[in-house]
Design a protein around this ligand. Sequence first.
Ligand SMILES: *Cc1c(COP(=O)(O)O)cnc(C)c1O
Ligand code: SF4
Length: 378
Amino acid sequence: MDDWSQIARGSLRTPDQVACAFDLDVAEVRRISRHFKTLITPYYAGLIKTKGDPIYRQVVPDPAELVEHSGVSDPLAEDHDSPVPSVVHRYPDRLLFLVSHRCASYCRFCTRKRKVGDPKKIHPKAIEEGLEYIRTHEEIRDVIVSGGDPLMLSDARLEYILTRLRAIPHVEILRIGTRVPCFLPQRVTPKLAAMLRKFHPLFVNVHFNHPDELTPEANQALGLLADAGIPLGCQTVLLKGVNDDPLVMRRLMQKLLMARVRPYYIYQADYVSGTDHLRTTVQKGIEVMEALRGWTSGLAVPYYCIDAPGGGGKIPLLPKYIQSISDEQVVMRNFEGETFVYPQPKSDRPAPEKKAPRKERRPSISPCYDLTGLPPIG
Ligand SMILES: *Cc1c(COP(=O)(O)O)cnc(C)c1O
Ligand code: SF4
């Protein structure tokens, strides 16, 4: 048995283990875990310093999960865009391919908690059907291998899936979305990295939410992937009591860069049932973005997005930098709040609307002006 499967085997999983480890009421843990399984690797549990800290909040079941505040089971309406069970096809040229129901640990805020941890919902048998769907849809040039967590599959199984995907001529790039480098970095072995590098161009998006997660072990795992030539991105979720503090978020982004991970997205927490206690306002997200742009390396500044409830896809949100815009000039403010004016070219007037050729789907909304519609902060 690999080291990592041995470590995974030692995870806290039964309500008794969890209740005992964190001094909780076992009946309550049992009730919560009926809604969404509990699983915590011993490595990640070891990062908890105190009850209720940012690491704890992400994985330890909370009675607040049972309070019917708000939220829905499938906030992004993924099931609506699911032509076959293992595929979520929402955007024109790319899709999510769900290949594993397992994760190394379960995040209490998971947007896909209706599915992850349940082999009936993300079934190994559905993989062939997904491959067939991708093969017969020539518009798919980007496949995001997801789940659950694809790195919870064995090297052999993952290699099989990647080989089948690479054999499809119209699939240009592959991506893997994984939280394994955060929850179970021991799983990222030189052998895994050597296997993955055969499938370039392959991108890996990891998921870290707090600077304390960038341990020496995690840094080593990320280094192995980066040394295999894999461009690394990070998808962070904005969470109350975890990273809803501009300085914590800034430090996280900086530490990711030091691990050669380019922050890609900060997501507003999805409208998932039982997660009200972990969600922040959108104003908090804007405040976090204000504290990044200009104040630290641009490389450390990801997009802040809401994945729109109901299946609208990712919508980027920015602090309101544009104060006014006309054919003559643009008035804007910089990161420190000072106002600047950019004179528009005199010769140019906005071109009359041209009809876009019908061949490709094109955005029909003018992307120019008010990018957010949100009031300026502060
Ligand atoms: C996030 C997501 C993608 C990938 O979006 P990018 O902006 O290209 O990273 C693709 N499909 C679905 C359904 C998604 O939720
Ligand atoms: S690792 Fe991702 S898929 Fe797995 S529980 Fe966490 S958020 Fe959900």
